[in-house]
Every structure is written in C-alpha cells, then in structure tokens.
Ligand binder design. Structure first.
Ligand SMILES: Cc1cc2nc3c(=O)[nH]c(=O)nc-3n(C[C@H](O)[C@H](O)[C@H](O)COP(=O)(O)OP(=O)(O)OC[C@H]3O[C@@H](n4cnc5c(N)ncnc54)[C@H](O)[C@@H]3O)c2cc1C
Length: 436
C-alpha cells in the first residue's frame, strides 16, 4: 500500500490485488467477541518517518491516531529506564545514568557502550550477534537480561544469540541519536487496517486506481512491454509490477522466472520467528486499588482494572510486554500480552498459554484469576529471523519492471512496518523512471 499511494499521488494508475478479505497483512485488524483487536499489538517509534508521513498523506493524524509516550523501558519491579525530555543523545545518557534496577557499575558500562557506538557512527567493522557484541563490550549478564535482551527482542524479534548486532545498531542510531522525539513510542489508538491500509485504499481509488480484495495473484508472466498477472478476475496486463507478498508467497510467485533464481534463493534462505499475542478481557469495572509501590491489588472500591502504565515489561516471565488497551484506546479491561521470538510457549496449547499469562497478571497485579474471555493469536512467521550478515533481495530485480516490496527486502531495518514502508516507497521511485 505504501508503493501504491506513492505512485497514485504521482498520477500513476495503480491496481492493487490483495489475496485476503481485508487489507493489512501482518498488521491488520481482527474482530473477536465484538471487540476490535489487531493480529498483534504493534508499536511504532518516532523515527518511523516514512510510515508516519504516509499515514498523514492518506488522511491520518499522527497525534490523534497514536498515544505518544517518551522512551521508557519498564520491567515491572526489576528495571526502570525513562528518558527525560532533553535533546538527544543527552536524554539517553540521563536515562541510563538514572535507570533503576542496575548497579552504578552496570549503568556506567551501558553509558560507555552507547558513547562508543556513537563515536563509531553505529557501524561495526564486522557484523556479529548481539550476544557476541555485548560480551566484547563488557556488558554483563544482568545488564543483558534487563536491558539489551528485551530491547533486542522488541526491535528485531530475534533472540540475542541469533540477532544481528549491526541491524540493532541501525535502529539505535535512528531512534536514539537524532531528534529526541525519534525515540518516542507510538501506540496506535485505531486498529491497523483502519490506521493505514484502509485509508490508503481510499486514497488510491480517489486517485483513479483500484483495490481488489480476495483477489490473490496466482502467476506473474513477463510479456512484451510488461507482465501478465493471473488473478481470480482473469488475466490482466500491466507495464510494471511490484510484488509485495510476504516472503514465502513471493518465492512461490517468482520461482518460475529463471532470471530471478538468485533472489528466490535469498528469500528461501530466510528463517522466520513467531510473535504470539494473548488478549485478555476483564470486566471493565473491575477495581484494582493502588499498591504503595505502584503494584495494584484487587479489592472492591479501588481504581479501575489497569496496569500501572500503558505499556509494561515483565522480567523472566512468559509475557514480555503488556499493553493496557483501556489506557491506549479506551477499551477498558482489555490487556494484550506480547511474546516475541521463539520459545517454549510454542509447545503449549492456546488455552494453556492464556492460563499462564492470566496467572502472571493475577500474581503481579492482582487481576482477577479468570478473564471474561481470552484470544490467542499466533503469527508463526511474524518476521524473518534477523541474523548477522543476512543477504536480503534488492527491490530491483533482474527483470526490468518487476520490483519486490516488503519488510524482508534489502534495507537497514529489521522486519518492521517502517522497513516494509521504506521498501514500498523505494519500489515506487524505481517504477517512475521506467514509466513509458
Ligand atoms: C504479531 C506481530 C507483531 C508485530 N509487531 C510489530 C511492531 O510492534 N512494530 C513493527 O514495526 N513491526 C511489527 N511487526 C512486523 C510488521 O507487521 C511487518 O514487518 C509488516 O507488516 C510487513 O509488511 P509487508 O507489507 O512486508 O508484508 P505483509 O504485511 O505480510 O503484507 C503482504 C500482503 O500480501 C498479501 N498477499 C499474500 N499473497 C498474495 C497474493 N498471492 N496476491 C496478492 N496478495 C497477496 C497478504 O495477504 C498481505 O496483505 C509485527 C508483526 C506481527 C505479525
């Protein structure tokens, strides 16, 4: 949709084929029990410039569509880092220096490490795993468990002993080293289909294009002057094609094209990592009074069922991050628990996983021992596994006029919305000079 709106805005007649009944792909709205959910709780960063620009271009309003929070990493009762409203990178150094849950020596090591990264322009001579980099730079286990590991898993959806240190540094550079607002965390108040793709579809049709749902492309065939696409609407001809399907489908569509064998080999070599989201709906009127240390216990007459803040991490628990949808989007009593990357939870049934997450919320905050309902959404191929020195296919392919868009294509970023959007924007700019 990023490629489509960029091209539509420049007067190109665009046709979008989407195989699903709705737009959004891996960032889409889902309805359960009459409640609007997403296929997974998403978080954007202030440095996601292209995504935020396009949301506004198609009629969104970033300040209204998101709850904006200054950078904060809170592992309930174990670690707290809050960035003050100071210019970058001072805000990070003050945040590290005042972080709770680390010794002075650990804070100093983390701050020295960050300063060293700045001095090297956030570039490594040789990519390695995050775990290897942390060991090389004297970041001991406690610091890794409380700070670097949650940060890496949240940013790259890859365990630290497999994750690319260079890609993590790319994200740190963009989020922490430029404007202070780049490190802000933006939590969407709308579901993801409504936030961008639905608005983008309206924008495309208003600019003379077309968007077809439940209309997957089955085959791409090069012809004289363009391509034929086999679709449920019949065979259609186009002068240029942006293939924006997820990696597994892109590989299937491109495999019959001998010119693209190298790109297909790169796509097939990608490994994937899951993300599980457990939604728990409690009665909106459940009362949880404040505990002196911010922990809430459930007794009648207290404050409404909320977490101490809209987003909160748990240390060494199944739930990695909890999101209070009441505070974020007015969906009172709804909690989203996010579990990123591979782990033992993949072997459990959804009922068992929901029961364990429920028990954690009960133990940590005094939430009721049973929610009204739960819904587990397991995205088994949520993102590619962001390993060191990963060869990712370029947006430009060996066939002129055929481009690849998606989070898995070449770029600085891990599999993220911004990575996907930047890739789509690049495809649009590659299409334009080739227009006949
Ligand atoms: C649970 C979860 C949580 C995440 N959290 C975050 C987060 O907090 N922050 C962040 O930045 N990123 C997050 N991500 C990653 C982010 O969602 C993805 O990187 C991004 O959505 C990928 O976009 P894409 O356009 O590359 O691919 P997709 O979203 O996969 O889009 C591909 C589209 O192609 C369609 N399609 C498939 N086959 C065909 C066909 N044959 N013909 C036509 N259409 C087809 C699909 O239906 C889909 O709509 C998360 C992902 C998941 C799954």
């Amino acid at each position: 949709m990023a490629a489509a709106v960029e091209l539509a805005a420049r007067g190109v007649s665009v046709t979008v084929f989407e195989s699903a009944k709705q737009l959004g792909g891996r960032a889409r709205g889902v309805v359960h029990n009459d409640t609007q959910l997403d296929n997974g709780q998403h978080l954007l960063l202030g440095c996601y410039r292209e995504t935020l620009r396009l949301i506004e271009m198609v009629g969104g309003n970033v300040e209204q569509d998101f709850l904006r929070l200054p950078l904060q990493l809170d592992l309930h009762g174990h670690f707290t880092l809050h960035a003050p409203r100071l210019p970058a990178p001072l805000h990070l150094l003050v945040a590290l220096a005042s972080a709770e849950g680390l010794s002075w020596a650990e804070r100093l090591k983390a701050a020295r490490f960050m300063l060293g990264l700045r001095l090297s322009g956030f570039r490594l001579k040789q990519d390695c795993t995050v775990a290897e980099l942390l060991a090389q730079r004297g970041q001991d286990d406690d610091l890794a468990f409380k700070f670097w590991e949650p940060l890496t898993i949240a940013a790259l959806n890859t365990p630290i002993d497999q994750a690319s240190a260079q890609v993590l540094l790319n994200v740190l550079r963009d989020a922490l080293d430029r404007r202070r607002a780049d490190s802000d965390m933006l939590l969407p108040r709308l579901d993801f289909t409504a936030l961008f793709p639905q608005r983008a579809a309206r924008f495309v049709t208003e600019h003379g294009g077309a968007v077809h749902l439940s209309c997957g492309v089955e085959r791409i065939t090069p012809i004289e002057g363009g391509f034929e696409l086999e679709t449920p609407l019949g065979v259609q001809r186009f002068s240029q094609v942006v293939c924006a399907a997820p990696p597994v489908v892109a590989a299937r569509l491109l495999r019959p094209l001998p010119e693209l064998a190298a790109a297909v080999a790169q796509i097939e070599a990608l490994q994937h990592q899951p993300i599980y989201t457990v939604y728990l709906q409690y009665p909106a009127e459940t009362r949880l009074p404040s505990h002196p240390q911010g922990v809430r216990r459930c007794v009648p007459g207290g404050s409404a069922a909320t977490l101490p803040q809209p987003m909160l991490g748990l240390h060494q628990r199944i739930s990695q991050w909890l999101f209070d949808k009441g505070m974020i989007a007015g969906q009172h009593g709804l909690i989203a628990s996010v579990i990123s990357a591979e782990g033992k939870h993949q072997g459990w049934s959804h009922t068992e996983l929901a029961a364990r997450v429920t028990a954690e919320l009960h133990e940590e905050f005094g939430f009721p021992s049973q929610p009204l309902w739960h819904q587990v959404i397991a995205e088994k191929r949520a993102t590619f596994c962001c390993a060191p020195n990963l060869a990712r296919p370029d947006q430009r392919t060996a066939l002129p006029g055929l481009f690849l868009a998606g989070d898995y294509t070449a770029g600085d970023y891990p599999a993220t919305l911004e990575g996907a959007v930047m890739s789509g924007v690049r495809c649009a700019s590659l299409c334009l000079p080739e227009r006949k």
